[in-house]
Design a protein around this ligand. Structure first.
Ligand SMILES: O=c1[nH]cnc2c1ncn2[C@@H]1O[C@H](CO)[C@@H](O)[C@H]1O
Ligand SMILES: [Zn+2]
Length: 371
């Protein structure tokens, strides 16, 4: 019998990965934050890349979503000029490609980038320019090409969601594949933005909603049954609708009872954009080992693995996957499963998704030794 392949981080980095939930303003390189802050005269809490990176991860390690979100003040502050937005977007593509990502949807809130006088249109165009440059550079190199698309986010405490949804639809043929809402969850239910979601639906366009991260089942229920979300950003609190058997650890999958909402989510194959390390930092999960992703995967929910904010979590797709391999004994087959799940759940057109699965993802895992 062949020895099972050891899942080293080098091997994990080398296999094709798909990322659906990654914030552009949560993924800057610390060195870039320093350089751009210097150019625009924004004061930072540290003055070398190593300490600044640590400042972000330690401050984000707050156990609360609102406090975690405060760290974005420093990234958003240095993303107010077209050239700066383009640079951040280009570096994002480079970093994802180096991490072995072959398809990604990167999100940010255009309304947070108007401080330097740009219009919403100019913000979207600047980001696209950077993404295009990054993808073109990669296409000319030796590694696998990467496709990176935009998701436009509206901030849930603000009142611009309809406008941002219209912006997303207006740019659907040039790089924007969908819409999202983010920000503090408690007190800002998704139904505040029904108008925006209606616009997306009427336009035959796609959206995801951050729900079930800092707040529980009602938020997930509204996102799906009132707003009609295609996917759930996090959705991790769905476990509150799953009852464990006697042992309380759900070691046996048949010793588990799903409530109506959890059943609906699983039956309808609603994609869950799970972000393990981010959830531990905001207190949505106690540790990686106790993260509901292990249970949700065993119950065959449509699980996807994501980074959320690479800077604030000091993370990458490779690190997220490595942690799941270590905590739950996931093997290469599990990594391919979440990757195919993510590709199936992407907002890119069906023909492109299928092509990436057949021509890039499956051959990539076969090359790594998975038959
Ligand atoms: O995990 C999260 N939950 C809710 N909001 C978030 C999360 N990560 C980032 N943002 C928010 O989304 C904005 C646009 O990218 C960020 O500025 C941040 O405020
Ligand atoms: Zn997020």
């Amino acid at each position: 019998m062949a020895e099972p392949t050891a899942l080293t981080s080098d091997l994990i980095r080398s296999v094709p990965k798909v990322l659906l939930h990654d914030h552009l303003d949560g993924g800057l390189r610390p060195a870039t934050v320093l350089e751009l802050a210097d150019e625009v005269g924004h004061p930072l809490p540290a003055d070398d890349a190593g300490s600044l990176g640590r400042w972000f991860t330690e401050s984000a390690d707050s156990g609360s979503l609102p406090r975690y979100l405060e760290t974005f003040d420093h990234t958003v502050a240095v993303m107010q000029r077209a050239d700066h937005l383009a640079r951040v977007a280009r570096e994002c593509v480079e970093d994802l490609a180096d991490d072995g990502v072959v398809y990604a949807e990167v999100r940010y809130a255009p309304e947070q980038h108007l401080g330097g006088g740009l219009t919403l249109e100019e913000v979207v165009r600047a980001v696209q320019e950077g993404l295009d440059e990054g993808m073109a550079a990669r296409a000319g190199g030796p590694g696998r090409p990467v496709v990176v698309r935009q998701l436009l986010t509206a901030m849930r405490h603000a009142a611009r969601s309809r406008e941002i949804a219209e912006l997303a639809v207006a740019h659907r043929d040039d790089g924007v594949v969908g819409f999202d809402i983010a920000g503090a969850e408690a007190g800002y239910p998704p139904t505040r933005h029904l108008d925006a979601f209606e616009h997306m639906k009427r336009s035959n366009a796609h959206f995801t909603i951050h729900a079930g991260e800092a707040f529980g089942l009602p938020s997930i229920w509204e996102a799906l049954q009132w707003c009609g979300a295609d996917r759930l950003g996090h959705g991790v609190r769905l476990v509150d609708d799953i009852e464990l058997g006697e042992a309380g650890v759900a070691s046996a999958v048949d010793d588990v009872r799903l409530g109506r909402l959890a059943s609906y989510v699983r039956d309808r194959r609603v994609p869950l954009e799970l972000c393990p390390h981010s959830n531990v930092q905001t207190g949505a999960a106690a540790s990686i080992a106790e993260h509901p992703i292990g249970l949700l995967a065993r119950l065959r929910f449509r699980v996807t693995v994501n980074t959320d904010n690479r800077l604030m979590s000091g993370t990458s797709m490779t690190r997220e996957m490595q942690a799941l391999v270590d905590a739950f004994g996931w093997d290469l087959g599990d990594l391919r499963w979440v990757t195919v799940n993510a590709m199936k759940s992407a907002f890119a057109h069906f023909d492109q998704r299928l092509r990436l699965i057949e021509e890039v993802i499956k051959p990539g895992y076969a090359e790594a030794g998975l038959v």
